[in-house]
Write a protein of this length. Structure first.
Length: 213
C-alpha cells in the first residue's frame, strides 16, 4: 500500500501467471479503465537497453553478443538463461534491483499525477519468485491450460515449443501461485470472456477498497 500526498492510500495489485496465460491482456483491460499498469517485463527490457551498469554487467558475464546494435539480444540471452537456472539467477541479480528502483520512481510519479485512483497494478510473470508479491495488497493469478498457453505464444512470438517449455520450467507452479492469491482467473475461453472477468474484478476491487477505508 502506498500513500499519496493527501495521505490517501493507494492499493497495489499484483497480477501474475505463467508465460502466455493472458496477464498482459487482462492488465490491458484494466488499463483501459484508467488504472495505471507497471509491466515488469517491458520495463525490464527498456532498462537493460538504457542503464549503462546493467549493460556493462550483462556483457561482462554473458559476452558481447548479449547486445546487437546497442539493443539487448533477446534470442541469444534466452538461449543461455532459460536452459540454465544459475545463469538466469545471475541475470536476475543484475536486472531486478533496477526494476525495483524503477517501480518505486514510477509509483512516486503516479502518486503525484493521479489524485483519484484507488489502485495500481504491477504485472509480473515472476511476482512470487522475485518476492514482489510481499508488497501487494491483493494478488491476481491468471491461469490457462498449457495447450492454450503454448498455442498463443507460438502465434505471438517467434518461439518453438521446446523454448516455451524451457521458460515454464523456470516458473513456479500454479498451485503455489493460487495458494497466495486473492483471485484466480481462468483464461481458457475467448478474450471477450477475459474482458468480462476484468470488469468483474475491477468492481470487486473498488468495493473492497472503498469498504476498508
Ligand atoms: C532473457 C530476456 C532478455 C528474453 O526477452 P524476451 O523478450 O524473449 O522475453 P520477455 O522479457 O518479454 O519475457 C517473456 C516471458 O518470459 C518469461 N520470463 C522472463 N524473465 C523470466 C525470469 N527471470 N524467470 C522466469 N521466466 C521469465 C516470462 O513469462 C515473461 O513474461 C528477458 O526475459 C530477461 O532479460 N529476463 C530476465 C530479467 C527479468 O527477470 N525480467 C523481468 C521478467 S518479469
Ligand atoms: N482468451 C484468449 N483467447 C485468445 N487469445 C488470447 C486469450 N488470452 C490471451 N490471448 C493472447 O495470447 C497471447 C498471450 O497473452 P498475454 O500476452 O496477455 O500473456 P502473458 O501472460 O502476459 O504472457 P508473457 O508472460 O509472455 O508476457 C497474446 O497474444 C494475447 O492477445
Amino acid at each position: 500500500m502506498i500513500e499519496n500526498t493527501k495521505n490517501q492510500k493507494i492499493k497495489l495489485i499484483g497480477i501474475t501467471g505463467k508465460m502466455g496465460s493472458g496477464k498482459s491482456l487482462f492488465s490491458l483491460f484494466l488499463k483501459k479503465k484508467g488504472i495505471p499498469v507497471y509491466s515488469s517485463d517491458q520495463r525490464g527490457k527498456i532498462l537493460m537497453n538504457q542503464v549503462k551498469i546493467i549493460k556493462q554487467n550483462v556483457i561482462k558475464y554473458f559476452g558481447k553478443d548479449s547486445y546487437r546494435k546497442d539493443k539487448i539480444n533477446r534470442t541469444y540471452l534466452s538461449e543461455i538463461v532459460f536452459k540454465n537456472p544459475i545463469a538466469l539467477k545471475l541475470l536476475c541479480t543484475i536486472v531486478h534491483p533496477w526494476i525495483l528502483l524503477d517501480f518505486k520512481q514510477w509509483m512516486s510519479s503516479i502518486i503525484r499525477i493521479q489524485k483519484k485512483i484507488l489502485y495500481v497494478i504491477k504485472e509480473s510473470a515472476i511476482l512470487f519468485e522475485s518476492k514482489s508479491y510481499k508488497e501487494c495488497d491483493f494478488i491476481i493469478t491468471i491461469t490457462s491450460p498449457k495447450k492454450n498457453m503454448i498455442e498463443r505464444i507460438i502465434k505471438r512470438d517467434n518461439l518453438n515449443e521446446h523454448q516455451i517449455i524451457d521458460r515454464f520450467k523456470n516458473q513456479i507452479s500454479n498451485k503455489k501461485r493460487e495458494k497466495e492469491s486473492n483471485f484466480v482467473i481462468e483464461n481458457y475461453l475467448s478474450t471477450y470472456h477475459l474482458q468480462k472477468e476484468a470488469d468483474r474484478i475491477h468492481k470487486l476491487l473498488e468495493k473492497f477498497i472503498t469498504q476498508k477505508k
